[in-house]
Design a protein around this ligand. Structure first.
Ligand SMILES: *[C@@H]1O[C@H](CO)[C@@H](O)[C@H](O)[C@H]1NC(C)=O
Ligand SMILES: *[C@@H]1O[C@H](CO)[C@@H](O)[C@H](O)[C@H]1NC(C)=O
Ligand SMILES: *[C@@H]1O[C@H](CO)[C@@H](O)[C@H](O)[C@H]1NC(C)=O
Length: 421
């Protein structure tokens, strides 16, 4: 009897859930329909038609998809932005540089004392309106900081503007730079940023590339709350531009932009983006995330910008693996090294528990797992050996990267004697 009741309850709950989600989806679809969107509405709602998206590129590292601008002309982007190439700078020119970060009062950026001293620091405090540099409000995470900096300095920008989170180390800061912000600042090639106009500081495709956000999707995916928000925001941020099927870029909103590129984009655009951020009813978290996958649209006018990882490290940071195989080998070894570290840690945890056992007759009852004797030494040896190889290969890659010709060749650029980086 009780069992039957339970079954009924479960069935009713399930039915309610299904109805709820259907209503929710319909609600979302009708919200989309009512948007003041002149174009692209058809792509917004999944009407069961065939998926015309290009096939996902499986080769994660070796297929540059960044549009190559012709060296002489102006490129018209997907959004209709006209992007001339950066003005010519002779080899070995110097560039003025700035790093832009935002943080809460309780945080600090003292680690920047290790950054190259020529890089000016624009550090915004987001929750203190009396701070020398602050945002109009604490909303939208780093997006509010970056846009405020651009609007405040639009007419007096340094050549290279490096937008970063105020974290000394972060998982998403590139592995080959030890995940360290100051390594990024030390190694970043001003020449590449100047040439490309916009450079994502993360070289890895995962997460974010080749595609991450499908603004046309009519259902909500819990891990990507910003997907729906992007679709809603699009009409206001990019008026008259049809919504792309997919957006893709390496994650996490850290990038560098040249002054040329920023000032080729009308100031009103940046005002429009910040106004959206100020006005939106989306939560702070979601509104910040919306920008994570549209920065590349803002600065290149293209929905998907996924440069080749090896070229990004080599041309962008001077860490040059001359072959695809060597590059893959380094990351494969790095992965195995991480696994061995984890395994050793688990071994040591088990050993610690064994050490604490006083009464050995109780071992059986306590279900204590006995670590394999000697395995720890094996692991330690493997860890040391891998680490040494990783360091050696990295040192060699950095040595290779001091040759500007190698950088050009890995990035697929033409190069002649006398050209710098
Ligand atoms: C700055 O932050 C770091 C890391 O959170 C902390 O260890 C350090 O004590 C802080 N320094 C100052 C001067 O507040
Ligand atoms: C560095 O360059 C040399 C010579 O081209 C090459 O043999 C070596 O494999 C390169 N090292 C890496 C890590 O790619
Ligand atoms: C730029 O610097 C490199 C390395 O110092 C040098 O080989 C090259 O000749 C320089 N190019 C010019 C145009 O000065």
């Amino acid at each position: 009897m009780i069992f039957a009741k339970r079954v009924a309850l479960v069935a009713i709950t399930a039915a309610l859930c299904i109805i709820y989600f259907q209503l929710k989806n319909r609600d979302y679809s009708s919200t989309l329909q009512s948007l003041s969107q002149s174009v692209g509405l058809g792509e917004l709602v999944d009407d069961g038609q065939e998926d015309t998206r290009p096939p996902v590129n499986k080769q994660q590292h070796s297929q540059p998809t960044q549009p190559q601008a012709p060296s002489n002309g102006i490129t018209t982007s997907f959004t209709g932005l006209h992007l001339p190439p950066s003005t010519f700078r002779p080899p070995n020119s110097t560039y003025t540089r700035a790093v832009i970060m935002g943080h809460l009062t309780i945080e600090n950026t003292t680690f920047l004392s290790l950054a190259p001293p020529d890089i000016q620091q624009y550090i915004y405090i987001v929750d203190d309106l009396s701070a020398p540099l602050h945002t109009p409000m604490n909303k939208g995470h780093e997006a509010m900081v970056y846009l405020t900096y651009i609007l405040d300095h639009y007419d007096s920008l340094p050549d290279i503007n490096i937008f970063m989170h105020a974290h000394q180390r972060a998982w998403h800061t590139p592995e080959l730079l030890n995940h360290e912000a100051t390594e990024v600042l030390k190694r970043l090639s001003s020449e590449r940023v100047w040439r490309e106009g916009y450079m994502n500081l993360r070289c890895h495709w995962d997460p974010g590339c080749p595609e991450r956000i499908y603004p046309g999707r009519s259902y909500r995916e819990n891990t990507k709350a910003e997907e729906v928000a992007v679709a809603r925001a699009w009409a206001e941020m990019f008026p008259g531009v049809s919504i792309p099927d997919a957006l893709g870029a390496p994650c996490c909103a850290q990038f560098a932009v040249s002054s040329d590129r920023i000032t080729n984009i009308p100031r009103e655009n940046f005002e429009r983006y910040r106004n959206w951020l100020i006005r939106t009813k989306e939560s702070d978290w979601v509104s910040g995330r919306v920008f994570e996958y549209i920065w590349q649209v803002i600065f290149t006018g293209e929905p998907k910008v996924c440069p080749d990882s090896r070229a990004c490290y080599c041309d962008g940071y001077g860490i040059c693996f001359t072959t695809h195989e060597a590059f893959e080998e380094w990351f494969g070894l790095h992965h195995r090294w991480g696994d061995a570290m984890k395994e050793l840690d688990e071994w040591e945890q088990k050993a610690k528990i064994i050490d604490q056992v006083k009464d050995w007759t109780k071992i059986e009852q306590k279900k204590v797992e006995i670590p394999v004797p000697g395995k720890n030494w094996e692991l330690k040896e493997e860890i040391d050996r891998s680490l040494q190889t990783l360091i050696d290969m990295r040192v060699e890659a950095i040595r290779n990267g001091t040759d500007p010709e190698v950088r050009a060749s890995v990035a697929g650029r033409s190069w002649k004697l006398g050209d710098g980086y």
